[in-house]
Design a protein around this ligand. Structure first.
Ligand SMILES: O=P(O)(O)OC[C@H]1O[C@H](O)[C@H](O)[C@@H](O)[C@@H]1O
Length: 529
């Protein structure tokens, strides 16, 4: 469909509906009508409570028309089947399939992209064998010690997703296993991590799809040098996860190498070897498979044609409604779970690098606003920091809350009559009500306008399967929004210019010839004064 989204009848209809969005502050708007109990969507192990979005039946019906008119589910299924969606028509572009979903389509008899799934299975078999060798102590460090620790060196997609999921699932780590992460080229990042582990018991996994990322290659050298200084042989400790044909494909330098494929983008790569190596090492294969199964379940659920029964699609459409029709530029993701403390950072990359685009997949300027600014921190911490602006600021910030009925460790105590988990959930729900309903007051400074929309994603407990559900939920949501905006959500040309200019500055530093004749050169001279 080349017609601009804004020129479609359904877009115009939604503009009209947005002139008078559902008033959450009106008497009886939220209670007494059964709205809270009916505005619930279930997919895989998650539920979405969406009574506190500014929508009514008419808007939801329009959502369905939009989803059908833009064939959102059909395109998602085409993606899963291997369509070449990473492209810009008529212009040089990556021209690739988009098959992160194949890396977990392991549980059905008929995977949608059989060749890619077969490749994923081969890598998983290799990983399983490797982990077995580590567990059985057939593989030992260069001084004969068993491995207890893994340091992951990577950045962007080779760090954020794996880090967020590892943090989320620490409660499921096997006893005696730990994983640490190094990403930043700030030398203090590597120093702090390398100094905090026993290198002789540590595996260092270098993760880079391209095998050319400055930060990662630099940190690899720092880590190798730390091993050599400690009299340890890096080749017996270092693993590689890299793209087929990348410069890092060099078996001499690594104890083991695991492959990733060009049809999986960095920010979508958590269920490929990029995430699986650390997760398999720390959690064991059983939990790793539960995580992959959770992601596969959500991919499957995203194929449901009915908007009200398709959580990723519905979440995507609330995002479109809030961004394009109500005009809100940002989105806060607020997990009420300390374990998810790095999940907003992962989603920031996944969403903003995917949908921060101004050109359509036809190479033309977009006709509507695209990806929102995504940010977030766990509750309740955020309540004591930035929620003031959410409640009374001049900017309206739609919120996606995430909460779980049970905690992970099962340890909790009643204090003052309620458990900590109850306090956590009560706070989450109270925030959603306060944002939606607001409160009148004589004192203008104590007035809450309300009508600030939110959704609540509910899971039973943050376990590996639920984490897989959540990860795939957001991946699918982001992709579906990209389909509405007609952009390519799978490339990231916008990161190139800065990289190129940094390389030019590094060349000046290397050669010592900075005469300030470029803007960067002049800035550098000023900075170094
Ligand atoms: O995995 P790598 O090739 O090292 O890439 C790491 C990251 O760097 C790039 O700058 C991209 O913007 C990210 O999408 C990518 O995840």
């Amino acid at each position: 469909m080349k017609t601009k989204p804004t020129e479609t009848t359904i877009w115009q209809k939604l503009i009209r509906l947005a002139e008078k969005p559902y008033d959450l502050t009106a008497p009886g708007a939220l209670s007494g009508s059964g709205r809270i109990g009916t505005m619930v969507c279930r997919s895989a192990g998650l539920r979405l409570l969406y009574a506190m979005q500014r929508v009514d039946e008419q808007v939801l019906t329009a959502f369905q028309e939009l989803a059908d008119g833009f064939d959102l589910v059909g395109r998602f299924q085409e993606m899963r089947g291997g369509a070449v969606l990473n492209r810009i028509d008529g212009w040089p572009s990556e021209n690739r399939q988009v098959l992160h979903t194949a890396s977990r389509d392991l549980f059905s008899e008929n995977p949608l992209a059989p060749a890619a799934t077969a490749q994923a299975k081969r890598e998983l078999t290799q990983l399983e064998r490797f982990i077995w060798e580590v567990d059985e102590r057939h593989l030992l460090g260069s001084t004969g010690k068993p491995f207890t620790t893994m340091v992951n060196i990577g950045i962007g997609g080779s760090d954020l997703g794996p880090r967020a999921v590892n943090e989320a699932l620490r409660a499921y780590y096997r006893p005696g296993r730990q994983v640490r992460f190094v990403a930043n080229v700030d030398p203090d990042d590597a120093s702090a991590v390398l100094a905090s582990v026993d290198l002789s018991e540590t595996l260092v996994t270098i993760v880079s799809k391209s095998g050319t990322t400055l930060e990662t290659l630099t940190n690899e050298e720092l880590a190798r040098s730390a091993y050599r200084s400690g009299g340890l042989d890096p080749a017996r400790h270092f693993l590689a996860v890299t793209g087929v044909g990348s410069p890092m494909e060099d078996p001499q330098r690594y104890l083991r190498s695991f492959a990733m494929f060009d049809y999986i983008g960095g920010r979508y790569s958590t269920t490929s070897m990029v995430g699986c190596v650390t997760l398999g090492f720390a959690l064991g294969m059983e939990h790793l498979y539960a995580f992959l199964r959770g992601a596969a379940e959500m991919d499957e659920a995203a194929g449901h044609p009915a908007v009200r029964d398709n959580l990723p699609l519905l979440l995507a459409l609330f995002g479109i409604w809030n961004r394009n029709f109500l005009g809100y530029p940002t989105l806060a993701i607020l997990p009420y779970s300390q374990a998810l403390h790095r999940f907003p950072a992962h989603l920031q990359q996944c969403d903003m690098e995917s949908n921060g685009k101004s050109i359509t997949r036809f190479g033309e300027p977009v006709s509507a606003a695209t990806g929102p600014i995504v940010w977030g921190e766990p509750g309740t911490n955020g309540q004591h920091a930035f929620y003031q602006l959410l409640h009374q600021g001049t900017e309206i910030v739609p919120v996606e809350f995430i909460g779980f009925r049970e905690n992970q460790y099962g340890q909790d105590l009643p204090v003052d009559g309620t458990s900590s988990q109850q306090k956590l959930i009560a706070n989450l729900l109270a925030q959603a009500v306060a944002l939606a309903s607001g409160r009148d007051h004589d004192n203008p400074n104590r007035r809450f306008a309300g009508n600030r929309p939110s959704s609540i994603i509910v899971g039973n407990r943050l376990d590996p399967r639920t984490m897989g559900n959540l990860l795939a939920l957001y991946e699918a949501k982001i992709v579906m929004q990209g389909f509405v905006w007609q952009i390519n959500s799978f490339d990231q040309e916008g990161v190139q210019l800065g990289k190129q200019l940094a390389t030019e500055l590094l060349d000046l530093l290397k050669s010592g010839t900075n005469n300030g004749s470029t803007i960067g050169g002049e800035l550098l001279r000023e900075f170094e004064k």
